[in-house]
Design a protein around this ligand. Sequence first.
Ligand code: PLP
Length: 427
Amino acid sequence: MNWKKSRLLFRQALDLIPGGVNSPVRAFKAVGGNPLFIEQAKGSKIYDVDGNEYIDYILSWGPMILGHSHPSVLKALHSAIDKGTSFGAPTPLEVELARRVIDVYPSCEKIRMVNSGTEATLSAIRVARGFTGRDKIVKFEGCYHGHADGLLVKAGSGATTFGVPDSPGVPKSYAKDTLTVPFNDIKAFKSLLRREGKSIACVILEPVVGNIGCVLPKEGFLDALRQETRRYGIVLIFDEVMTGFRVAYGGAQAYYGIRPDMTCLGKVIGGGMPVGAYGGRRDIMSLVAPEGPVYQAGTLSGNPVAMTAGIETLKILAKEETYKKLEKTMRSLEKGLRDAARRAGVRTRFYRAGTMFCTYFTETEVVDYATAKTADTNRFARFFTGMLTRGINIAPSQFEAGFISLSHSEKDIEKTVRAAYEAFKEC
Ligand SMILES: *Cc1c(COP(=O)(O)O)cnc(C)c1O
């Protein structure tokens, strides 16, 4: 495989952009090598500037659940753009997307659109603080909720990949209000609430932790969070930016049958455009300006082009057969990857929730940040390179989830599994 143009572009980018990229994990730093510069993508495939083709399991880090350049989405986008790209005034599209989300997420009685997952979580926390009149928040080690100051404490995603879960630049005074507990540790959680419960505004979590790979909640864990937060009058926030419409149509909350007080969404609901959203109980959301005093705004929020991509995506997701097909494809991939690792004699742990998944290079059962970190990242790096050179694009970090789309075919899966067997043998 020839990566000449990508190499040249990366050299130029390094001079102009910190680390040569506009989001850290894109840089391949954890696996070595040079990031691919992308020319275009269609369906399950992505193409770099050197003309190489890859089957894509990054899918823009989650949003492209239909596959790239889906014809219905593109068609809708073209006609939306012809009407103008931003008005700074309400449009019917915002009402439609809000209704489509609320219909599927009963925990959201009202919803506010923003431009990213980061904005969704930081706004939801502000509202929770306004609602409770308390300052402290609880997050779980390894959960990533975007890059707002108070959330870069024991954070996942790039923060885990590069070993800086607590970022410099976050004032101690912010960080001190963020309390952390290990994921899946009900005992630690209960004991924290016994000490601090009355001063905690909210508990925020990824109900399935996708930003340290794919960590599933143990049976009873989410239930316990629901009960305990209710007892102390704490707002329970599910950050479903990744899991929303991904783990299941109704997200992790539908899959596990838990109703949080607030929900954050992003990624899939923007269909590849910059969209985030936060919603929740009517009494909580009515505090948001201009209905209430908690301020939150956005020049481009509810952007008509972005709303259009979201609406078209959700329309297709609403079809009965969509998640059946996704599940079928995911099952073949799961079986294929598990078999390939076994046949190659590599001990791994495979986890998945709906169509997000992770293969950890460890023998330890992964239940939280500490156990995820037992993974052998050098082996992962060799696996990554083995996959990339065979035309399979997976996230360049052990601590990121993989995704499939509606466009991934059985043929794609077969090719991927063959490549995985060879790549496993090399590590
Ligand atoms: C991606 C992600 C975010 C941040 O969203 P951005 O759009 O990148 O700001 C927040 N929470 C979770 C769970 C995510 O996966």
